[in-house]
Design a protein around this ligand. Structure first.
Ligand code: NAD
Ligand code: UDP
Length: 324
């Protein structure tokens, strides 16, 4: 049993990761400032004596005694990371420095959840880890993209300067139960809209593509990467290489929900990447991992979850928190 710190542990991916680590018998410190995370996400974990929630903002230093650290703190939805862009940059950059300093002091291994956004609006397709990206440094997405890139720089400099054992995962679009109904990302938006009979909001003409990874597959990969031998700092793409247009996703959600919601076209947000698909060859060979859950199956699980949320079976407070 190890003591593991998960920052952003009350968020969508973080809460699944905490749950899995507890199932494996570890003691889990969940640090979160509840910017986009919720108490409901971790409510089911509170009765586990190994679970230690800590309300804290990672832009300030923290002191905990742990053996390894997963650094997930940072809002992932464009709607929310753009709501407080300076806080977003501070979370990724100051947060990385604080977490890396803690890791150095403890001699702890530390994994960073970086993002496919480091590739920006990619000119190479599919994206492999050697591609340096095409990123606007001054746009609306820059607070996220550039601060995540800077966090990668910090992880590799701590690795080189202090021989710190780091792992940098580049996560591609991930979805599943416990996404917030008002998270603003495409999968949660489409499902909530379809189940509520509201119009499905297609930004642009819907021809832009994304690759969607079910959260259980991603959590498998994060844990495998943390424990991987031989030691490899990455960066490592983690995602599902299946590629779908936003329009195809909308049609699949409508079919699986039996919804008669109509499609409405809305303006494409600034710097919205046109194509995104991970080349996961490196993850396959290092971890022996590839995603197992097809999009349709993962969507069915996610739809089941949102049906319960909308029926008030999963704490109606979820619907009230986090305004756009
Ligand atoms: P999320 O918004 O659900 O979770 C982020 C968590 O971090 C929330 O609980 C939030 O309250 C917390 N947080 C934010 N700022 C904080 C701060 N300053 N101090 C402490 N806690 C803070 O998002 P998610 O989808 O679970 O994403 C988790 C991580 O994975 C993020 O680092 C994100 O960049 C990365 N990622 C996610 C995706 C995806 O598709 N979900 C894709 C690429 C990368
Ligand atoms: N999108 C959309 N309708 C929505 C939400 C998002 O068409 O209601 C589009 C968005 O413009 C982008 C894609 O879906 O092209 C994925 O958006 P998301 O916010 O989920 O993630 P990201 O852009 O960060 O990959």
């Amino acid at each position: 049993m190890r003591a593991v710190l998960v920052t952003g542990g009350a968020g969508f991916i973080g809460s699944h990761l905490c749950e899995r680590l507890l199932q494996e018998g570890h003691e889990v410190f969940c640090v979160d400032n509840f910017y986009t995370g919720t108490q409901e996400n971790i409510a089911g974990l509170l009765s586990d004596p190994g679970f230690k929630p800590v309300q804290h903002d990672v832009i300030f230093p923290l002191h905990l005694e742990v053996d390894e650290i997963y650094n997930l703190a940072c809002a992932a939805s464009p709607v929310h990371y753009q709501r407080q862009p300076i806080q977003t940059t501070k979370t990724s950059v100051h947060g990385a420095i604080n977490i890396l300093d803690l890791a150095v002091r403890l001699g702890a291994r530390v994994l960073q959840t970086s993002t496919s956004e480091v590739y920006g609006d990619p000119l190479v397709h599919p994206q492999n880890e050697d591609y340096w990206g095409n990123v606007n440094p001054i746009g609306l997405r820059s607070c996220y993209d550039e601060s995540k890139r800077c966090a990668e720089t910090l992880f590799f400099d701590y690795h080189r300067q202090f021989a710190l054992d780091v792992r940098v995962a580049r996560v591609f679009n991930t979805y599943g139960p416990r996404m917030h109904p008002k998270d603003g990302r495409v999968v949660s938006n489409f499902i909530v809209q379809a189940l509520s009979g509201e119009p499905i909001t297609i930004y642009g003409d819907g021809s832009q593509t994304r690759s969607f990874c079910y959260v259980n597959d991603l959590v498998d990969a994060l844990i495998l990467f943390m424990n991987a031998r031989p030691v490899d700092p990455g960066p490592l793409n983690l995602g599902n290489p299946g590629e779908f247009t936003v329009l195809e996703l909308a049609e699949m959600v409508l079919r699986l929900t039996n919804s008669s919601s109509r499609l409405v076209l809305e303006p494409l947000p600034e710097d919205d990447p046109k194509r995104r698909r991970p080349d996961i060859s490196r993850a396959k060979s290092l971890l022996g991992w590839e995603p197992r859950v097809p999009l349709e199956e993962g969507l069915k699980e996610t739809i089941r979850y949102f049906r319960k949320v909308l029926a008030g079976e999963i704490v109606s407070e979820l619907m009230l928190r986090v305004s756009h």
